[in-house]
Design a binder for this molecule. Structure first.
Ligand code: GLU
Length: 420
């Protein structure tokens, strides 16, 4: 398992980041190995009946990175290119993210290799339920807790919760987070990742002396995270000049009507055919002159190829792993782009997932305002700690965030010792 992960480019990317951080922390070799490789990496076959009666086999994955500080936690991705190595990298990043913001979780991530847009709702339901059925021996509210990620959503979490609860013989809302509010979901969870991104971006911009009215933002990816970040930032007074999805990118230097784009996207599934802005390519969007560039889709979109050409002042990583190692080096050398790294930038999602899990366990639900207040104060604390670490070690903001997260997990492993 370990050697096969090493052939994955995304897993290698996560490992190279880890090794750089581990060097800065002077971690001993044996501890490095224990921290780097996942505790469990599962691959499952899912035979599912299609609407036309045929049976098709789908491939699903779940990686639980470490179990040192509590259950593992992380999303479930539906995408035709998802593979075990990518899921293992995403699980590792979840570990550092949870530790950085102080959640009692290890990281996890799952994936099913298919395109949900190419299937009926009934087929997506059967694929989702079959995956949870296969996962039942390996998950639980105290073992591993799933949540939405790219391609999945609250309805998928409702099917997951129902499948697990049927097996348990009673409702187990804490088995997943990101559920609809009616069945134990948390107020504020749907918008938490994007709202958290918008909040952190605002805090960094204000810290650098910007007025929100002067700020222009380009967002790559207009799914849940990208669109909520757009709504949040335009609510703060920023101008959203470009957005994109699978159909391409849309640009209006005088500002896009983000509500209108969202309505169109909901109605037509994609922005294809939307005439609210000039059509450009996704590559052009990434290189636009803007105050803030927000990649909010998949990994490795800022690469050695385009890193020297991006023209933003702030790169806010709403996606996980959007910047390749080589691009990271180029941006560090350039020194004129402030990177808000993924493990900090998009942590709002898993923070409110944690609130949801706590509320489910207590069967006591909190008000929306209280949730946002608690979310923002955790983000402020994490941001402050990252800035202090950056100063103390004299490193990039990404290395500051990663060394903080990794050192907390390393310390927990040392304290618990090796069993037996
Ligand atoms: N998929 C989200 C992430 O990458 C959320 C995970 C969760 O809420 O558990 O952070």
């Amino acid at each position: 398992m370990i050697s096969s992960l090493n052939t994955s480019p995304v897993f290698s990317m996560a490992c190279r980041q880890f090794e750089r951080a581990a060097d800065l922390l002077n971690l001993p070799t044996d501890l490095r190995e224990r921290l780097k490789y996942p505790k469990r990496a599962m691959s499952v076959s899912l035979p599912v009946r299609m609407d036309n009666g045929d049976v098709r086999l789908f491939e699903g994955y779940r990686v639980q990175h470490h179990l040192t500080m509590g259950p593992t936690k992380g999303g479930l991705r539906f995408h035709p290119d998802v593979c075990l190595g990518e899921v293992a990298a995403l699980a590792m990043w979840m570990s550092w993210k949870c530790a950085l913001v102080g959640l009692p979780y290890g990281g996890a991530k799952g994936g099913i290799r298919f395109d949900p847009a190419a299937h009926s709702q009934a087929e997506v339901e059967r694929i989702s339920r079959r995956f949870m059925q296969e996962m039942i021996p390996f998950v639980g509210p105290n073992v591993d807790v799933m949540a939405p990620d790219v391609g999945s959503n609250p309805q998928v979490m409702a099917w997951m919760m129902d499948t697990y609860s049927n097996h348990a013989g009673h409702s187990v809302p804490a088995i997943v987070t990101g559920k609809p509010v009616e069945i134990g979901g948390s107020l504020g969870r749907l918008e938490a990742t994007g709202r958290g991104v918008a909040y952190l971006v605002k805090r960094y911009l204000e810290g650098a002396g910007y007025k929100m009215g002067q700020v222009s933002v380009a967002i790559q990816g207009y799914g849940n995270v990208g669109s909520q970040a757009a709504l949040g930032l335009s609510g703060y007074g920023a101008k959203i000049i470009a957005i994109s999805d699978v159909s391409g990118a849309y640009y209006d230097p005088s500002g896009i009507d983000v509500h209108e784009a969202l309505r169109y996207g909901h109605l037509h599934k994609t922005l294809d055919g939307w005439n609210g802005a000039e059509k450009i390519t996704n590559e052009e969007l990434l290189e636009l002159e803007c105050t803030v560039l927000i990649p909010a889709a998949l990994e490795r979109v800022i690469t050695s190829e385009n890193a020297s050409r991006i023209k933003c002042k702030f790169l806010a990583e709403a996606a996980n792993g959007p910047t390749s190692n080589e691009a990271d080096r180029i941006l560090e050398d350039r020194g004129d782009v402030e990177v808000i790294p993924d493990v900090l930038c998009n942590s709002g999602g898993v923070i409110v997932s944690y609130f949801e899990w706590v509320q489910d366990i207590q069967s006591f639900f909190w008000e929306h305002d209280e949730i946002l207040h608690k979310l923002f104060s955790i983000l402020d604390k994490a941001r402050y700690e990252v800035e202090c670490q950056k100063e103390t070690l004299g490193v990039s903001r990404r290395m500051a965030a990663l060394t903080l997260g990794i050192s907390k997990v390393a310390r927990a492993k040392e304290l618990r010792g090796l069993f037996p």
